[in-house]
Design a protein around this ligand. Sequence first.
Ligand code: DGY
Length: 325
Amino acid sequence: MVKPKVFVTRAIPQAGLVRLQDVCELTVWPDELPPPYETLRAQAAQADGLLCLLTDRIDAALIADCTRLKVISQMAVGYDNIDIAAATARGLPVGNTPGVLTETTADLAFTLLLAAARRISEGERYVRAGKWQTWIPTLLMGQDIHGATLAIIGMGRIGMAVAQRASGFNMRVIYVNPRPVEAAAARGWQRRTLEQALAEADFVSLHTPLNAATRYLINAAALARMKPTCVLVNTARGAVVDPAALYEALKDGRIAAAALDVTEPEPLPAAHPLLTLDNCLIVPHIASSSVATRNRMATMAADNLAAGLRGERLPYCANPAVYSA
Ligand code: DGY
């Protein structure tokens, strides 16, 4: 029997690849950097299944070209890199990996919150630079976490998990969400408008998907509403924050600090102005990167792909409308 052809756009964890190697003819892009767009398009055009990452642009032109494709499976929960409308119109199911990375991502969001509040990376740089001479009464004074107000922007699974961690630190939680969230109300977490939340919060943590409504949601006007002591945490998508406005706000001390797992652009060029600021902590989009979670994401993506190749409904489908068409 001829095996279906699958293009995998990067070396994903082995846990995922082993699930596919007997049932497909696999081509795995070997480089650390993503395949160039034209290469991706050419490879996908010859494939029955595509297993991709959030760094791959899967646009309408690629989808139109790839008439042989039966399924696209993304190893991520977010899929703003994929033209979902074009895939749905073509009857092409798109898989993603919701749920498995919720707690791991919340762990990192809270790690960033703590680290930025208590100026951990500045402290570490200070020690390594040999500057630690004595105990200084005013050295690296940061923001208290206990008793502070945390605004969660986007109260989905990850937002809820971050709020839960915040409760353990005796923080007060408020949230912004298009709809009220019953489980949040049950915990006493109150809903606010974005404007109210930004003005009230000591910490703002972003958990919205990236779409037309959330692109540059945190712009100069939003930053101007925040307290000068406020700490902004972004583990959602880089483009939810306007990077130029953030740079100005951090440089002028209009907010205290930012901690970013995601940036705009991504990756952030080494010469980017944000990297000149001591009050901006940046890590390279690693929120879901624990061994267990990345393995689970890889197996979920492989299972979605295999189901699509068999013509079955994807266990985790980002465009379920494809089945009602
Ligand atoms: C996602 O899954 O969307 C994260 O950004 C990467 O884990």
